[in-house]
Design a protein around this ligand. Structure first.
Ligand code: WT7
Length: 660
């Protein structure tokens, strides 16, 4: 880690907030930022209570901000009541926002449709009434397996309206993943679509649900609601499956929300951890929504006239917070896009920014890197060829952004006028935690700069002691915050062990990232310190991929590591021991391909190993421990400099160096 830290700490470029930005920003200048930090420092719970009163609309006010009596199971605003969907929709009715466009939807084929706040409210109410008529109620769990669509947002909002806990499964995940999640969450409802359309191709969704049911054990599910996106031919099981149109038919456009306690779970979102089983990250209603709304204002400086576009999928937390909840809670107009950045050409994003006059654009480093490459090989679709003058602010999320990509984004997309907010956060944090504020911080390419006011981020060593500036360590959050993960669904012990481990005496939230601070106090994130990879901004557990591989009848043993990748940040490399003798070169190619598809079926296409190597064994110590550090070097093609004398089988390394 130290070589990496040294290289980034040499980054000397500094980009102060543009003139004119500071005075108009939600947090206008360093003095205001510091005043907020000081307020939080003085009275942490009181600070968040003030913001929760100012930014949320309560059905019943809360009397107590933070309950830490059962730490680390913290509760915020516990005796207050509200409804999240009401806070995103009804609060705007009767205000000028009512007839404002909420969503500009652009389909894969370029067709554009618009929905106002009033229309969105009606659609959510009709769908919620339909679900209520089917007997669904507060506390039940719904799996949402939907394409990027207005209906995807409606489905989530309708669940929130009824207090139904949604668990969105990204459309790229496999039937097996859906099956696991239906069972773990004990879902009673599934909301899906016939197909999704991406890059001109139709990709089936409903058949994956049917496949999940065929695996057995999904008896908790009473209904599967199917939205017709393409009209593709899908099987409907009478009694269980119901068309979306049938659910909303004849339903009223008014729907009294279910008022819920502040701590009522809003959603569960599964993410990878360091074991084979994904964790159901559980979020609460009020605290989560507070951070979603607040960071729209603080980080994105959202104004009534802005057109906001977050390119994430609703299947990830970024899509939850910065599509389904944050922008709506603020009455913003946002773009929702069905397709992919490279279809029908590599200029699609830039064309859309121009077409919809997007002013705030939020995307991932991996997308930026792929568009750098595409723009260079196809100059007609370079961002320079488009009118991007509507942009005033850019954002980045998902992984550290390398300074080269940052500079390209800043120069070619932002035209040196737009600040870039490099937002560090996680599924577990619910919203931004460490990020520049566009009217406050001078930017350094590759640094997420400083924590938001009220976020007690720090870097500590293995004893929990703060490290000196310039030194690396574990990124922790020392005080609870409103949008934090509440527990892992059904596994509170795993929650405690993963995030409040005894190593730090259970005091601090352990993020799982390595980081350092430079002499100016800027944070630099180094990446995961656990067995989690970050591929294209998505978290993948190495153990998850290993279990998928060993569940294949051909495989005896497997070890998965990450390798730095120019495009995806990290790439998955798998070392596999087959039950049969070591395959010939030709056979190895075929088996590697089969195993790749196998992983795609077990988890999803994003988890497919880029590189699979076969050996008669894996490098192990005499006590049988796999030496992953060594495997990482082999994966990178590095000269092995480590001491291999403790290896039981050093000759194995030569086999594993051969790519297929
Ligand atoms: C992990 C969380 C938060 C939404 C998307 C990912 C990495 C995220 C940054 C950033 C450096 C980042 C971290 C973190 N990460 N944003 N701006 N700079 N690293 O959510 O799937 O829960 O992954 O993504 O490693 O722990 P997630």
């Amino acid at each position: 880690m130290s070589a990496q830290i040294e290289s980034v700490l040499q980054e000397g470029r500094l980009f102060p907030p543009p003139k004119g930005f500071v005075s108009k920003a939600a947090i206008a200048g360093m003095d205001q930022y510091q005043a907020l930090c000081a307020e939080a420092e003085k009275d942490h719970a009181g600070f968040w209570a003030r913001l929760a009163r100012e930014h949320l609309v309560w059905h019943k006010p809360f009397s107590r901000a933070l309950d830490d009596s059962n730490a680390p199971f913290f509760k915020w605003f516990d005796d207050g009541e509200l409804n999240v969907s009401w806070n995103c929709l009804d609060r705007h009715l009767g205000t000028p926002v009512e007839n404002k466009t909420a969503i500009v939807f652009e389909a894969d084929d370029g067709k554009v449709s618009k929905v106002t706040y009033r229309e969105l409210h009606e659609r959510v109410c009709r769908f919620a009434n339909g679900l209520r008529a089917l007997g669904f109620q507060k506390g039940e769990r719904a799996i949402v397996y939907m394409p990027m669509s207005v209906e995807g947002v409606v489905a989530m909002q309708a669940c929130a309206r009824l207090g139904i806990i949604h668990s969105v499964v990204f459309g790229g995940f496999s039937a097996k993943s859906i099956h696991e999640r239906i069972i773990d969450a004990g879902a009673t409802l599934v909301i899906t679509a016939d197909e999704q359309v991406r890059g001109g191709k139709h990709i089936p969704l409903k058949p994956a649900i049917d496949e999940a049911f065929a695996m057995g054990g999904c008896d908790s599910v009473r209904k599967v609601v199917v939205y017709r996106r393409t009209g593709g031919d899908v099987a409907m099981q009478p009694g269980r499956d119901m068309a979306w149109d049938e659910v909303v038919a004849g339903q009223s456009a008014q729907c009294e929300p279910a008022w819920v306690g502040a701590e009522h779970p809003l959603f569960i979102l599964y993410t990878s951890g360091s074991t084979g089983k994904p964790k159901g990250v559980q979020h609460a209603s009020a605290g989560y929504l507070l951070m979603a709304a607040l960071t729209m204002k603080w980080t994105f400086d959202i104004k009534p006239e802005d057109i906001f576009w977050c390119t994430a999928d609703i299947g990830w937390v970024t899509g939850h917070t910065y599509i389904t909840y944050g922008p709506l809670a603020c009455g913003a107009t946002q773009v929702v896009f069905e397709g992919v950045p490279t279809f029908p050409h590599a200029g699609r994003f830039w064309e859309m920014i121009d077409r919809h006059k997007v002013s705030i654009f939020y995307t991932a480093p991996t997308a930026i890197r792929s568009l750098v490459k595409a723009g260079e090989s196809s100059p007609d679709h370079h961002p320079r060829k488009y009118d991007l003058s509507s942009l005033r602010l850019l954002g980045s999320v998902g992984e550290p952004i390398n300074p080269e990509a940052w500079m390209w984004y800043y120069t070619n997309v932002g035209r040196e006028r737009c600040p870039i907010v490099d937002t560090w956060w996680q599924t577990e944090t619910g919203g931004h935690m460490i990020t520049p504020l566009p009217g406050v911080h001078a930017l350094k390419p590759g640094s997420c700069t400083m924590p938001l006011p009220g976020v007690a981020a720090a870097i500590v060593d293995e004893t929990g002691t703060d490290v000196e500036k310039g030194k690396g360590g574990f990124l922790v959050i020392k005080k609870p915050w409103p949008s934090m993960i509440r527990t892992i669904w059904g596994d509170p012990e795993r929650f405690r062990k993963s995030y409040y481990p005894d190593d730090f005496k259970g005091r601090y939230y352990l993020a799982g990232d390595g980081a350092s601070r430079d002499l100016d106090g800027y944070f630099w994130i180094m990446g995961r310190i656990d067995d989690v990879l970050n591929v294209s901004g998505h978290r993948l557990g190495t153990m998850e991929i290993e279990s998928a591989l060993v569940s294949n009848p051909l495989v005896a043993e497997a070890a998965v590591v990450g390798r730095p990748d120019d495009m995806t940040g990290e790439a998955v490399v798998a070392f596999v021991v087959l039950k049969q003798a070591r395959p010939s070169a030709e056979e190895a190619k075929r088996i590697a391909n089969d195993l790749r598809n196998w992983v795609g079926k077990e988890i999803g296409a994003i988890a497919k190993p880029k590189d699979i190597r076969f050996g008669e064994n894996l490098p192990k110590t005499r006590s049988g421990k796999i030496m992953r550090r060594l495997l990482r070097s082999v994966a990178k093609g590095e000269e092995i400099t480590q001491d291999v004398s403790t290896l039981e089988n050093p000759a194995i390394l030569d086999q594993l160096k051969q790519a297929n």
